[in-house]
Design a protein around this ligand. Sequence first.
Ligand code: TYM
Length: 320
Amino acid sequence: MRVLSGIQPTGRPHWGNFFGAIRQYIDLQEANDGFYFIADLHALTTVRDAEAMRQNTLNAAIDLLALGLDPAKATLFVQSHVPEVSELCWLLLSGTPMGLLQRCVAYKEKVDKGLSADAGLFTYPVLQAADILAYDSEIVPVGADQVQHIEVCRDIATKFNHQFGETFVLPKAQTLDHSAKVPGTDGEKMSKSYDNTLPLFGEVKKIRKQIMRITTDSRAMEDPKDPETDHLFLLYRLFAGGSDVQAMADKYRQGGFGYGEVKKAVAEVSEQYFADAREKRAELESNLDYVHQTLRDGADRAREVAATVLSRAQTACGLR
Ligand code: TYM
């Protein structure tokens, strides 16, 4: 199966990115043809500093490789290195109803808040559709917040196929049960724009402090609590194995423990969980030639596929 997904280089990746999406990339690379990219063109809607863009893009590549993405099994590339996608985007834009995009959450939220939005943000989902359709993608592993975008992509593809004949493969979003919407330190969805993220990499001490500051309710220690509604428990569950999770859930139901104890457990399991990736990351930092070469090879392979699909779409609508 062709699997594709992308991540924006808008800052350091967090637990939500990993457990909602990146972990799926790595699992799926084993038995599928994985295409994973760093969505720098999408990031351009918010990152307006050239040096930050360059640095974030390189960092995102290092992060993905450190976490286990294997260029021998999957194709890793930078979105803007495949100009065919931007060209395909125009073909799709031409037939996309305004109403479809007006309903999309990121744009709607901004306008509802009375802020002015750029055309880039408005048409963001169409570029995302081009990303997906350019590679005949079948499965798109993402967190819950991206599902609407995959639906929009299906709508756009269906309309094009209907107007010009079968051209695009219709993709399906794939989310994970327990981690499609990872909570942040305040219990809301973990998101770079809410300032509630826990980073995958960075200074251990600092991350530990952030974990200790996770908000908790003010119920008495003795009170029994429902683990399923507590974001601290949900974060613990991301890392711990079956029997440890069961034991922690029992503790919640019985009551008589302090949240500080759970926070310490979260800090310990998370440090252990990312220890190997942290080490691998340091190695990659000192081997940037390898990272750049991987991205070049990835772009070559990605362009080959995207050029075929673009040409198919151009022919279908009479441009060739
Ligand atoms: P981005 O960069 O915001 O996020 C990357 C991936 O992380 C997931 N994610 C989460 N999952 C669970 N819980 C959370 N709290 C959480 N926060 C983020 C996202 O769902 C995403 O899968 N528009 C995309 C990038 C993109 C893309 C694409 C994705 C561009 N083109 C084509 C798929 C296919 C984005 O902004 O992701």
